[in-house]
Design a protein around this ligand. Structure first.
Ligand code: ATP
Ligand code: MG
Length: 923
C-alpha cells in the first residue's frame, strides 16, 4: 500500500488475517456486560468469554477473532488519570483479539502474531521485542516454551526476547480461576519518542519513558488458581489476546500519538473549527483536545449502548466524562455546548463498523447537549464553592479534601468527583476518593437505589458443572445437558437425576424440605429477557410410584416449584418445596408448568412487543427498550425517552396497542442466524447476550411486519389473545428513561372490574347514576366551594365582632396603642383583615399582635403603623421575638408579619411579654 492504510482498513485486515486462519468473527459485545452484575463495564476482550474459560459455557466455535469495545474508567482498570496526559491511553478504546478455546496454543499464537506484524503489516523486525514470564517469586515455572517459540521466529533478534515477573507477565482474572503467563509485544519507536531524553531514566521495554510502546498482549491460559499458593493445570488451554487498536494504527500510520490517527481527525477538526486554533496551536496545547476527543467518543459509544447520563453507577460515569470534557472545553474558551459536534464526527468515523452509533445518532447528540446545558447551570457555583474549600485546606496546611465534602459538591452542584480532583490536582492538592465512594454509597442506599451486586457464584457453578459432567459420563444426560424447550413442553416426564439441598447432593427428601431438582428435560421457562421463571409442580409418576413399605408411599410425592435457575451450562434446576411424600434421586417424575400462569405471562410478553412498536410510532425510533419485567399479573417496560409522555401520547399508545390486539395478528417465532435477523431489521436489546442463532418474534404478516424483535420469551399465537391492554402508569425510571406499567387479559379485567366497582361506589355516595358521576362530582365541588366561602365569611364576621369588643382593651404602653390578643379559629386571611381594621381605628401610633391556635399550630401576626416603623419598631422583629418563645421563627415586612410555632402552651406567656418588648424598644 502506497498511501497510509485507514484505521478501518487496519481493523479489517486484523479480522481477515485470523478469519483466514479459521477463526470465527464475533461482533463486539456491549460495553454493558451481559449478565455480569459484578462488573461495571466491559474492560477487556475476555469479558464476553469469561464463562467459556470457566468451563460453564460453550460456544459453537473454538477459534474467534473480534474487535471489542472496552472502557477503562472504573474499578480494577481505570486509566482516566492517563487520558489527556499521554498519547497512548484512552478511556474507551477498541481491543483487537484472537482467541483459542482449548484449540491452538502458544506456537500458533506467537507465529501468527509475528507474521501479522512483520509480514502482513511490514513492521521492522529489529524494532520489535517480546516479553515472557519468569516468576520473580520463583514458584511458577518460567515460560521457556514461549521464549523458545519467539526465538524461532524469522528475524527475531535473540536479545529482544526478555523476561519479566508477575506484574507484567502473569495474567489473572481474579483471586481464583483461570490464569496463565502472558507474552507482550513492544515496539521501539525510536529515540525521538523518548519524552525523558537527556534525563537519567530507565529507557527500555517496560521502562519509564515513552520510547517503547506496548502493542499486544498474548495471554496463555493454562492454570486454574485454587488459592493464593496453588495452581492446578487446566484440562484445556486457551489463548486470549488483546491489541490496542489505536496504538497499532498510530504505528502503521506513522504518527506519534494515538490521537493523531485518522479516526480522531474529524472530532479534533470539529473542536478546532469552534476554537479557531490551527493544528500547530492545537498540538502545542494538546491535553484539552485529547480529553475532549477521548471523552466525546466514549460518551457516544456509551449512550449507543443505552447508558445515558445519570446520578449513580454506569450512568454516573457517562455523566462524569461528559462533564469532564465540557470543563476541558472551557479551558479552550468553549462556553456553549460543543460535544455534539465532536460526536457527529465520531459517528461518521465509526458508524460503518459500529452501526449502533448511527442508529442512536439523535439520542447521542441530544443527550450530550442536554448534559452540557445542565452542567453549565451549576458548574460556576460548584467550582467557586470547591475553590473556597481548597483555600481553607491550604490555610490549614492540609493536602487532602475530605471525600464527604466532595460528595456534597456532587450532590448539590453536580460537580463529579473526578472533576473536583482535577481542579484540586491543578493546585497540588488531592481529594479522598474512598470517602467520596462511601458517601455516595450511603446516599444511594438511603435513596433506595442500591441494589447489591450479585455474587459471581463460582462455587455454585462448579458444583453443578460437576453434577452435569457425572451425569453425562453415566449416559444420563446428553452433550448439551438438560434439554430445554419452554415453547413446546408444558409437561415432561423423566427420572429425578439429582436432588440437592443446601448445596449438597442428597438421595432423599421429606415434606417441607427446600430442594433443587434436576430432570433430563424441562419446559419450565428460566427467567431471562425480563420474563420471570415458570412455576408449577413436579410429582412422582403415577405408574412408577415408589413401592410401599413407607408411610405415604401409595400417595407418591409432590414438589411445588417456585423458582428456576441455570447455575452453569447444561444445568437447569427446579427450586421448590416438598409438599408431601419422599422424593428420591432415581424416581420417575412428571413435571407440569402452571399453565394458566404461563398463559398470563405470554399475554404480557406479546403485549410488551406491541407496546414497543406503539412507542416507536408515537415517540419515534429513539424510544428504545431499556429493560422490562414480564410477570403474570402485570408488566413493566422501560424505554429511553428524555421527558414525561403527555396524557395524549399515553392514550394514543394505549389505543394503538389495543388496535393491534383487535387486528388479531399472527405471532410467529423463527430461529435464524443473528446476522440475518439484524440485517432484516429485528430489534435487539443492549446488554443482552445473544448466541449466533437467535429466536425472532414476528407479529403480523411477514411481508408487512407490525413488530420484529429478537426474543427468547414465550408468546401467544395471535395478538387477539391479549384480550385488553391498559396502561396503569407512566413515570420516570432513571435519568432519560421512562417506565410504563401495564396489564393485559385477566389483569386488565381485574383492573376494570375494580375500577368499575369503585365507580359504582362513588355513584352511590354521590347519589347519582354511574353516567352522571363526573357532572355530579363537579356540582358537589362547586357547592362545597360556595359553602367554604360562606363559612370563611362567617368566620371573619365572627372574628370581627369579637375583635370589636377587644378593641376597647387596647392598652397604652410608652404612649403607644397596643393591642395583644388571642383569637380562636382565625386563619391568615382573617388575621390580615383584622390588621386593616386596627389600622382604620389607629392610623398612627398603633401596634397589634394577634395569635390564633389551631390544633398544635400557633399563628402569630403583628402589624405596626408606618410612623412607628421609623422609630425602629418592626413587625418582623416583633413576630420573631414571639415565635422564638414558641419554638420556631417567623418574620416579614416591617408593617405586617407572620410567624408561629408548635409550642401552644407557651403562647400566653409569650403574649404577656409583648408590652415589655415594646417598652424596651421605645427606650
Ligand atoms: P498499559 O500498561 O499500556 O496500560 P495494559 O497492560 O493495561 O497496558 P492490557 O490490559 O494487557 O494492557 O491490554 C491489552 C492492550 O490494550 C495493551 O497491550 C495496549 O495495547 C492496549 N491498551 C491498554 N490500555 C489501554 C488504554 N487505556 N487505551 C488504549 N489502549 C490500551
Ligand atoms: Mg493499563
Amino acid at each position: 500500500m502506497n498511501r497510509k492504510p485507514t484505521g478501518a482498513e487496519i481493523r479489517q485486515s486484523f479480522i481477515d488475517f485470523f478469519v483466514e486462519h479459521k477463526h470465527t468473527f464475533v461482533p463486539s459485545a456491549s460495553l454493558v456486560p451481559g449478565g455480569d452484575a459484578t462488573l461495571l463495564f466491559t474492560n477487556a476482550g475476555m469479558v464476553q468469554f469469561k464463562d467459556v474459560f470457566l468451563g460453564t459455557d460453550k460456544r459453537p466455535y473454538t477459534r474467534a477473532v473480534d474487535s471489542q469495545k472496552v472502557l477503562r474508567v472504573a474499578g480494577k482498570h481505570n486509566d482516566l488519570d492517563e487520558v489527556g496526559r499521554d498519547d497512548t491511553h484512552h478511556t474507551f478504546f477498541e481491543m483487537l483479539g484472537n482467541w483459542s478455546f482449548g484449540d491452538y496454543y502458544k506456537k500458533e499464537a506467537i507465529t501468527w502474531a509475528w507474521q501479522l506484524l512483520t509480514e502482513a503489516w511490514g513492521l521492522p523486525k529489529d524494532r520489535l521485542y517480546a516479553t515472557c514470564f519468569k516468576d520473580d517469586k520463583g514458584n511458577i515455572p518460567t515460560d521457556d516454551e514461549a521464549a523458545g517459540i519467539w526465538n524461532q521466529q524469522p528475524g527475531m533478534q535473540p536479545d529482544h526476547v526478555l523476561f519479566f515477573g508477575r506484574k507484567e507477565n502473569f495474567w489473572e482474572m481474579a483471586e481464583t480461576g483461570p490464569c496463565g503467563p502472558c507474552s507482550e509485544i513492544h515496539m521501539d519507536r525510536g529515540e525521538e519518542f523518548d519524552n525523558l531524553r537527556g534525563l537519567p531514566h530507565r529507557c527500555g521495554v517496560n521502562g519509564e519513558c515513552t520510547r517503547y510502546l506496548e502493542l499486544w498482549n498474548n495471554v496463555f491460559i493454562q492454570y486454574n488458581r485454587l488459592d493464593k499458593d496453588t495452581l492446578e493445570p487446566l484440562p484445556a488451554k486457551h489463548v486470549d489476546t488483546g491489541m490496542g487498536f489505536e496504538r497499532i494504527v498510530s504505528v502503521l500510520q506513522g504518527v506519534d500519538s494515538n490521537y493523531k490517527i485518522d479516526l480522531f481527525k474529524g472530532a479534533l477538526d470539529a473542536v478546532r473549527s469552534l476554537t479557531g486554533d490551527s493544528p500547530e496551536k492545537m498540538y502545542a496545547n494538546f491535553t484539552p483536545y485529547r480529553v475532549i476527543a477521548d471523552h466525546a467518543r466514549a460518551a457516544a459509544f456509551l449512550i449507543a449502548d443505552g447508558v445515558v447520563p445519570g446520578n449513580v453507577g454506569r450512568n454516573y460515569v457517562c455523566r462524569m466524562i461528559i462533564r469532564r470534557a465540557a470543563r476541558f472545553g472551557t479551558k479552550l474558551g468553549l462556553h456553549e455546548p460543543f460535544l455534539a459536534k465532536a460526536a457527529e464526527a465520531i459517528i461518521a468515523a465509526y458508524g460503518d463498523f459500529y452501526p449502533e452509533l448511527v442508529k442512536s445518532r439523535e439520542t447521542i447528540l441530544d443527550n450530550l447537549t442536554r448534559e452540557e446545558v445542565r452542567f453549565a447551570r451549576t458548574v460556576e457555583s460548584g467550582t467557586a464553592y470547591l475553590q473556597g474549600m481548597l483555600d481553607e485546606l491550604k490555610k490549614s496546611g492540609q493536602k487532602t479534601l475530605d471525600g464527604r465534602n466532595a460528595f456534597d459538591l456532587y450532590a448539590t452542584y453536580g460537580l463529579p468527583f473526578e472533576i473536583a480532583r482535577d481542579i484540586a490536582r491543578e493546585q497540588e492538592l488531592e481529594v479522598d476518593e474512598a470517602g467520596f465512594r462511601i458517601a455516595m454509597d450511603e446516599h444511594r442506599l438511603a435513596s433506595g437505589g442500591g441494589k447489591a451486586m450479585g455474587k459471581m457464584g463460582g462455587e455454585d457453578a462448579e458444583f453443578y458443572a460437576g453434577i452435569v459432567k457425572e451425569l453425562q459420563n453415566a449416559g444420563k444426560l446428553g452433550e448439551s445437558g438438560v434439554e430445554y424447550n419452554p415453547y413446546e413442553w408444558m409437561q415432561t416426564e423423566g427420572l429425578v437425576l439429582a436432588l440437592v439441598a443446601q448445596g449438597q447432593a442428597i438421595t432423599e427428601a421429606g415434606a417441607g424440605d427446600r430442594v433443587e431438582i434436576l430432570l433430563p428435560k424441562t419446559g419450565f421457562y428460566v427467567e431471562s429477557g425480563g420474563q420471570v421463571s415458570d412455576t408449577g409442580i413436579i410429582r412422582s409418576h403415577p405408574q412408577f410410584s415408589p413401592q410401599s413399605g413407607r408411610t405415604g408411599g401409595e400417595l407418591g410425592w409432590e414438589i411445588e416449584v417456585t423458582e428456576m435457575r441455570k447455575p452453569s451450562a447444561g444445568a437447569i434446576v427446579h427450586v421448590g418445596e416438598v409438599v408431601f411424600g419422599h422424593p428420591k434421586a432415581g424416581d420417575q417424575a412428571v413435571a407440569m408448568v402452571d399453565a394458566s400462569r404461563r398463559h398470563d405471562i405470554r399475554r404480557n410478553h406479546t403485549a410488551t412487543h406491541l407496546l414497543h412498536a406503539a412507542l416507536h410510532q408515537v415517540l419515534g425510533e429513539n424510544a428504545r427498550q431499556a429493560g422490562s419485567l414480564v410477570a403474570p399479573g402485570h408488566f413493566r417496560f422501560d424505554f429511553n425517552h428524555p421527558e414525561a409522555m403527555t396524557p395524549e401520547q399515553v392514550e394514543r399508545v394505549e389505543q394503538l396497542v389495543n388496535e393491534a390486539v383487535a387486528a388479531d395478528y399472527p405471532v410467529t417465532p423463527v430461529s435464524k442466524s443473528r446476522d440475518q435477523a439484524v440485517a432484516e431489521g429485528a430489534m435487539a436489546l443492549f446488554g443482552e447476550k445473544y448466541g449466533d442463532v437467535v429466536r425472532t418474534i414476528t407479529i403480523g404478516d411477514p411481508d408487512h411486519r407490525h413488530s420484529y424483535e429478537l426474543c427468547g420469551g414465550t408468546h401467544l399465537d395471535r395478538t387477539s389473545d391479549v384480550g385488553a391492554f391498559l396502561i396503569v402508569s407512566e413515570g420516570s425510571a432513571a435519568a432519560g428513561v421512562r417506565r410504563i406499567e401495564a396489564v393485559t387479559g385477566r389483569g386488565a379485567y381485574e383492573l376494570v372490574a375494580r375500577r368499575f366497582k369503585m365507580l359504582k361506589q362513588a355513584a352511590a355516595a354521590l347519589k347519582s347514576a354511574v353516567e352522571e358521576v363526573p357532572q355530579k362530582a363537579e356540582l358537589v365541588q362547586d357547592e362545597l366551594a360556595a359553602a367554604r366561602k360562606q363559612a370563611a365569611a362567617l368566620r371573619i364576621e365572627l372574628a370581627l365582632s369579637t375583635f370589636h369588643v377587644q378593641l376597647s382593651k387596647v392598652q397604652t404602653v410608652g404612649g403607644i396603642n397596643l393591642l395583644v390578643m388571642e383569637l380562636p379559629g382565625a386563619d391568615k386571611e382573617t388575621l390580615s383583615q383584622l390588621a386593616d381594621r386596627f389600622r382604620e381605628k389607629y392610623p398612627a401610633n398603633g401596634i397589634c399582635v394577634i395569635a390564633t391556635v389551631s390544633g398544635e399550630q400557633v399563628i402569630v401576626m403583628a402589624a405596626v403603623t408606618q410612623d412607628l416603623i421609623k422609630k425602629g419598631l418592626k413587625a418582623g422583629d416583633l413576630v420573631g421575638h414571639v415565635s422564638r418563645q414558641l419554638g420556631a421563627g417567623g418574620g416579614g415586612a416591617p408593617h405586617l408579619a407572620f410567624g408561629g410555632g408548635r409550642d401552644a402552651a407557651k403562647l400566653s406567656e409569650a403574649l404577656a411579654n409583648v408590652p415589655g418588648w415594646v417598652e424596651g424598644k421605645m427606650n
